[in-house]
Design a protein around this ligand. Structure first.
Ligand SMILES: [Zn+2]
Ligand SMILES: [Zn+2]
Length: 323
């Protein structure tokens, strides 16, 4: 029997195309709002998701014995740095988490629709039915939509004299608009802020209607944000490929800056790798500029920083004895 409790793509004259839970649809109908249903999650054809399922299964077979969760990567020189935050990783994770579940297809269809929801809080169904709390979103879908981890923001913090804690003053660029979901974005409520994935929070998985949504840029400015030490305080909406690429590049440049800053005078940095990395990071093309920096000034800021580091490195190597 078809289950009406699912996500719907709807169209209304006033709201355009939106993705909403059944309970939201019910509320709107009750309020007399006019619109049409374009498709429910169950209307999406199964074949659409076959290539994805196949590639995840092939990947899992190759790495048999490893866990569902990808190992943590801390070195920005590693090409997979940051990919745990990506939308692609969300798809992979969802398929793996659904192994053995009957509703894998429903989960994949739900993810495909939920992707285009402007605000994930609209996906939470309200109320109860005979099965308990209503839900239009199978729980693995939340891991497909959100990375239950935080961005490391060191590269974007201001430069300071303390070389251990100094940031690199890089522009936040295309990461500024990344959404963060938290129980308390600015320390207004009692207790610490929690991520939707935190066990210290309500028992239902995923984003709830009382959660707060802020952008990473807003969160960086919130002095009162007081995160739980277990969950880190927020989860991020999964990143696009361009956002992951910029995140990694910023961490690479930050690593170079720390290396150059930590070199004692009169010691040469005999690393061609660093020079090559720096050149690569300085020499961006117009496509990368457009993808990474919404404002032209941010691209200038990036190049200034990379150029400064290159000159510093040259000077250090020229001053070193034996050269
Ligand atoms: Zn927590
Ligand atoms: Zn906690």
């Amino acid at each position: 029997m078809p289950d009406a409790e699912q996500l719907y793509a709807v169209l209304s004259v006033g709201g355009g195309v939106e993705v909403v839970a059944l309970s939201v649809l019910e509320q709107r109908c009750a309020a007399g709002r006019q619109g049409i249903i374009l498709a429910g999650a169950d209307d999406l054809p199964e074949e659409l998701f076959e290539p994805l399922r196949q590639s995840v299964h092939d990947g899992a077979a190759q790495t048999e014995g490893t866990g569902v969760w990808a190992p943590e990567v801390n070195d920005p020189c590693d090409a997979t740095f940051g990919s745990s935050l990506s939308a692609a990783e969300g798809e992979r994770l969802l398929v793996r988490l659904c192994e053995g579940r009957a509703d894998t297809s429903r989960a994949l269809r739900t993810l495909a629709l939920a992707r285009s929801a402007a605000d994930l809080r609209d996906l939470e169904a309200s109320g109860y039915d005979e099965r308990g709390p209503r839900s239009s979103v199978p729980w693995p879908v939340w891991d497909g939509l959100l990375a239950m981890e935080q961005l490391r923001l060191g590269p974007f913090a201001p430069v300071s004299d303390d070389r251990w804690s100094s940031g690199s003053g890089l522009p936040v660029g295309v990461l500024a608009s990344v959404q963060a979901y938290t129980s308390d974005a600015a320390g207004r409520f009692e207790g610490r802020a929690h991520s939707p994935g935190c066990a210290h929070r309500r028992p239902e998985p995923g984003v709830g209607r009382y959660d707060e949504m802020v952008t990473i840029e807003e969160l960086m400015g919130n002095q009162g944000f007081d995160p739980c030490s277990k969950c880190g305080g927020y989860a991020v909406r999964r990143l696009t490929d361009a956002q992951v690429a910029y995140y990694r590049a910023a961490h690479r440049l930050h690593a170079v800056a720390r290396l150059v800053g930590s070199l004692p005078r009169r010691r040469t940095l005999s690393s061609e790798d660093v020079t090559r990395a720096l050149h690569e990071l300085d020499d961006l093309n117009a496509c990368t500029d457009a993808a990474w920096f919404p404002a032209r000034e941010q691209a200038h800021q990036w190049r200034r920083r990379a150029g400064d580091l290159g000159r510093e490195l040259q000077k250090l190597n020229a001053d070193a004895p034996g050269t």
